[in-house]
Design a protein around this ligand. Structure first.
Ligand code: MG
Ligand code: ZN
Length: 355
C-alpha cells in the first residue's frame, strides 16, 4: 500500500516536471504601445488596410487606463503605470505624485543583465519613452529627462529630440557624454544602417520625426528591426526588453484627422510585423501590443469592408477613458487576456521572464 502511493507520487512528480519543461521560457519581451490607439482606431485601420498583423495575435484583452488623479489619463501617467506598475498623477514621469521615484521594468531588466531598447517616432524624451527611464515631476522637463537618459544604461535608443542633448539651456553636451559611455551616436538612417551591435543612440530628428505621410518612410518598422537585431546579437543568453511606440497615432486623434490616425496605425502595425517575424523564428519571445489610452473619442459611423472605406467621427479633441486593447503573442501570451489594469503588465511580464 505504502509502496503503491510512493510510485504514484513519483509518477505525478515526473509528469508535473515534464509539463513545466514543456512550457516555453520568455527570453525576450517586445512591448509595443500605440499611443492613443483605441479599439476603433484599430478597426478603422483594419478596414482601410484590409488586414493588420496585431489583430491576428492569438490572445486579446482590455485594459483600464485611469491615472491616480483622473478618470482620463495622459501619456505620462499611463506610461508610468505601464512601465512601473504604479499609478501617478497626469503629467508625472516615473514617480509618485509626491515625487517618490518608481522603478521601471526597463531599469529592472537592465539590473538583471538583460538588454534594453526604445524605438519611437517622437522625441526620445517624450512622455511615453521617458516613463521607462526618467523620473521627473513634469513631462515638459525635456532637458532633465535627457539627462536621466544618459545614466539609464539603455542599450539601443532610436527616435527624435537631438536638440535636448545638444542645444541645451545649461550648455551641457550630452552627446560627448554618451560617447564617453561607449554609445555610438548617429543622426541619420544611413549611419544607423551600418551599426550591428553595441550601444546605440540614434537621434534622427531635431524634434519629433515627421508624419509617416510626410516623409518618415519606414523609420519605425526598420528601427524596430534594427533594435531587435542588435539586442538579439548582444544579449543572446540573457535576453532583452524592447519598448516600441507608435507615438503619433495620438496626434492624429488630437487633430481628429482620420488619415493621420490610420496611416500611423498601419505604420505601427508594420513594426508589429517585424516583432512577430522575429518572435516566430525565436520561439522564446513575448510580443505585447497595447495602447496607453484612446484619443479623440473616435466612433466608426460608416464604412464598407470590400471597398476598404471607413468614416470616423469624434467626441473630443483630447483623450477618452475607453479601455485600451491588448494583443499578445508568444510564451505566456494568455496572461494578457481578459480585463485588467494597466498597472498589472509589469508584474505579469517579470514573472514570465523571471526577473
Ligand atoms: Mg506617447
Ligand atoms: Zn495625447
Amino acid at each position: 500500500m505504502q509502496m503503491k502511493s510512493g510510485i504514484l507520487l513519483l509518477l505525478f512528480t515526473v509528469i508535473a516536471s515534464l509539463s513545466v519543461d514543456a512550457q516555453k521560457k520568455v527570453n525576450n519581451v517586445i512591448f509595443m504601445i500605440g499611443d492613443g490607439m483605441g479599439i476603433n482606431q484599430v478597426y478603422a485601420s483594419l478596414t482601410a488596410n484590409g488586414s493588420l498583423t496585431m489583430t491576428a495575435f492569438p490572445y486579446t484583452g482590455f485594459v483600464r487606463t485611469c491615472s491616480a488623479n483622473r478618470y482620463i489619463t495622459d501619456s505620462a501617467a499611463a506610461g508610468t503605470a505601464l512601465s512601473s506598475g504604479r499609478k501617478t498623477d497626469n503629467g508625472v514621469i516615473g514617480m509618485s505624485p509626491e515625487s517618490v521615484k518608481y522603478v521601471s521594468i526597463m531599469e529592472e531588466a537592465k539590473e538583471n543583465g538583460l538588454g534594453t531598447g526604445i524605438v519611437v517616432t517622437c522625441t526620445v524624451t517624450h512622455a511615453t519613452p521617458a516613463a521607462y527611464y526618467a523620473h521627473q515631476p513634469d513631462r515638459e522637463m525635456h532637458e532633465e529627462i535627457a539627462l536621466d537618459f544618459t545614466v539609464s544604461g539603455i542599450d539601443v535608443c532610436i527616435g527624435g529630440g537631438k536638440q535636448y542633448f545638444m542645444k541645451r539651456k545649461d550648455g551641457k553636451d550630452l552627446i560627448s557624454d554618451m560617447e564617453s559611455k561607449q554609445y555610438q551616436v548617429v543622426f541619420n538612417q544611413q549611419e544607423l544602417d551600418c551599426i550591428h551591435s553595441g550601444k546605440v543612440m540614434a537621434l534622427l530628428a531635431n524634434e519629433d520625426l515627421p508624419k509617416v505621410s510626410e516623409g518618415r518612410g519606414d523609420m519605425l518598422p526598420e528601427g524596430t528591426a534594427k533594435a531587435i537585431g542588435i539586442l538579439a546579437e548582444d544579449y543572446k543568453e540573457k535576453g532583452f526588453f524592447l519598448m516600441v511606440e507608435g507615438s503619433q497615432i495620438d496626434w492624429g486623434g488630437h487633430a481628429n484627422d482620420q488619415q493621420y490616425i490610420i496611416s500611423e496605425v498601419v505604420d505601427f502595425d508594420k513594426a508589429v510585423k517585424k516583432a512577430l517575424d522575429f518572435a516566430e523564428k525565436d520561439g522564446n519571445t513575448l510580443v505585447i501590443v497595447t495602447a496607453d489610452h484612446e484619443t479623440g473619442g473616435a466612433a466608426i459611423i460608416d464604412g464598407d469592408i470590400n471597398r476598404k472605406e471607413v468614416k470616423l467621427a469624434y467626441t473630443t479633441k483630447g483623450h477618452s477613458a475607453s479601455l485600451a486593447p491588448v494583443f499578445a503573442y508568444g510564451p505566456g501570451a494568455e496572461e494578457f487576456s481578459g480585463y485588467f489594469d494597466n498597472t498589472e503588465f509589469k508584474a505579469k511580464i517579470e514573472k514570465l521572464a523571471g526577473f
